[in-house]
Write a protein that binds this ligand. Structure first.
Ligand SMILES: Cc1cc2nc3c(=O)[nH]c(=O)nc-3n(C[C@H](O)[C@H](O)[C@H](O)COP(=O)(O)OP(=O)(O)OC[C@H]3O[C@@H](n4cnc5c(N)ncnc54)[C@H](O)[C@@H]3O)c2cc1C
Length: 455
């Protein structure tokens, strides 16, 4: 098989790399595309899109391959795979970076931190820049420096027709607005341009763990603690067990526990002050807060969510941590069957809430916390495990039903239907996105995603 004007690698079912190339982060996803077009650059992406359109092929686009729903790979169609396009070019004087569409956050942190700079990315460094950014992009730096989309200056995009355009505040501003939260609906982004900020390289960062029995006390304290926290302090709660990381004493591994992971984006002394009260709360099982290289901290959780395990997620935003919400969390967080299952809760606010809500297509600026309930089981565990972890995540979400305040689109799984995509955006933003979709992709060629229907 050949694609006109394509110089990358074409991988079909008879190729030795086929099974590796079609695998995504979530090992529960098992799809068999007819063809994977591993692109070497923008011209290859444009050629692959035109080929797909000419042959009426289903299209899936792969950035980091990390989405839990596995939308980076489809059955029978073509996978437009940017995993070979991971370059990052930093302009230290202008404090910007250009990042190719297949880069991972670890690539960005590595290059930008060489200059003492960073931009908001995810909290696991093997996550892709593309999918994460296009859905909004939350992370430890967001309260100080905004979401990933708030730092996006421009994008090079291959449209559904296979043409190459640049989207920015001045060029295709409607497309630029939609790309900042609307997901992969509007074209294939081959290059992102981000603004950078001085961060670290050493920052006060790390998790503190308490026994699961302390959950109610920790969350009640945390509610007040974060309401007064400086913008520099980003925190994520993790409820589950203590992961078996080498930095944690072995006798604590797999013990049910609540953790508050912190990263302070300012001077280490200020960070020490900002986390002092938290460290004094009760009797922690272990306190790993310390001055750490920012880039290394960004990879600290990587081994707790490796590629190839099986995952099932349910997600919701929360307007606040009321006593009722805390009670639901304490009741459900530790009832999963697998010690690998967990829930994660990002504290929002700060700059995220202060960016004008109309500025981008990201809809969750008002929410206090963004939560993801993550069922996890091993590839060789039986169907019973899958059923149990899936049921746990659903039960937990169901119990939070009265407190739900929208959902982050990047945390939706494959069984979250179109009503949940609408929930992620709300009616107003969804309608505006549908109009942009009708202009740039009227045939909905890019629909293997959290789909916005042209309208
Ligand atoms: C362990 C883990 C940790 C996470 N942590 C965070 C976090 O801290 N913050 C956060 O905001 N999110 C986080 N996420 C969610 C993450 O944002 C999504 O999974 C996101 O889709 C990952 O992007 P990707 O490029 O790796 O995805 P992929 O699976 O490659 O792509 C997902 C979808 O994005 C679109 N897409 C991908 N690449 C392109 C491109 N170049 N051009 C156009 N469209 C494209 C396509 O529609 C594709 O179907 C996390 C996910 C996991 C699994």
């Amino acid at each position: 098989m050949e694609i006109d004007g394509f110089r990358g690698q074409l991988i079909t079912a008879d190729h030795a790399d086929y099974d590796t190339a079609r695998a995504v982060w979530n090992g529960a996803v098992d799809r068999r595309p007819r063809l994977i077009a591993r692109c070497g650059g923008t011209a290859d992406v444009a050629a692959a899109v035109r080929f797909a359109r000419d042959h009426d092929l289903e299209i899936a686009v792969r950035g980091g391959g990390h989405n839990v729903a596995g939308t980076a790979v489809c059955d029978d169609g073509i996978g437009i795979d940017l995993s070979g396009m991971r370059a990052v070019w930093v302009d230290p004087a202008g404090r910007t970076a250009r990042v190719q569409g297949g880069a991972l956050w670890g690539d960005v942190d590595h290059e930008t931190q060489a200059h003492g700079l960073a931009t908001t990315g995810g909290i696991v460094s093997h996550t892709g820049v593309a999918g994460l950014t296009l859905g909004g992009g939350i992370g430890f730096l967001m309260r100080r420096h905004g979401l990933a989309v708030d730092n996006l200056l421009a994008a090079e995009v291959v449209t559904a027709e296979g043409s190459i355009v640049r989207a920015s505040a001045d060029e295709h501003p409607d497309l630029f607005w939609a790309l900042r939260g609307g997901g992969g609906n509007f074209g294939v982004v081959t290059t992102f341009q981000f603004t950078l900020h001085p961060v670290g390289p050493s920052v006060m960062a790390g998790p503190v763990f308490w026994a699961a029995d302390d959950t109610t006390d920790v969350l009640r304290f945390y509610r007040d603690f974060v309401s007064e926290a400086p913008d520099e302090l980003g925190t994520v709660i993790r409820l589950g067990t203590v992961p078996p990381l080498t930095v944690i004493p072995e006798d604590l591994h797999w013990r049910p526990a609540i953790a508050v992971a912190c990263c302070h984006a300012g001077a280490v002394e200020d960070g020490e002050r900002a986390v002092r009260a938290l460290r004094r709360l009760g009797t922690p099982l272990v306190d790993l807060l310390a001055p750490s290289p920012y880039a290394a901290f960004q990879g600290a959780l990587n081994d707790t969510v490796p590629h190839g395990w099986h995952y099932y997620w349910k997600a919701t935003n929360l307007a606040g941590l009321t006593d009722d919400v805390i009670a639901v969390i304490a009741d459900h967080a530790y009832t999963a069957g697998s010690p690998r299952s967990y829930a994660a809760m990002f504290h929002m606010g700060g700059v995220v809430a202060r960016v004008p809500h109309e500025a981008t297509a990201y809809a969750g600026r008002d929410v206090a916390h963004t939560m993801s309930i993550d069922g996890v089981w091993l590839p060789d565990e039986s169907g019973e495990h899958a059923a149990a972890e899936t049921a746990w995540a659903r039960r937990f979400l169901q119990a939070l039903q009265p407190h739900r305040a929208g959902v982050y689109v990047n945390f939706l799984d494959s069984d979250d239907d179109t009503s949940r995509v609408r929930e992620a955006y709300g009616d107003h933003i969804y309608r505006r996105l549908a109009e942009v979709k009708a202009k740039y992709d009227p045939d909905n060629a890019f629909h293997h995603n959290k789909n916005i229907r042209p309208g």
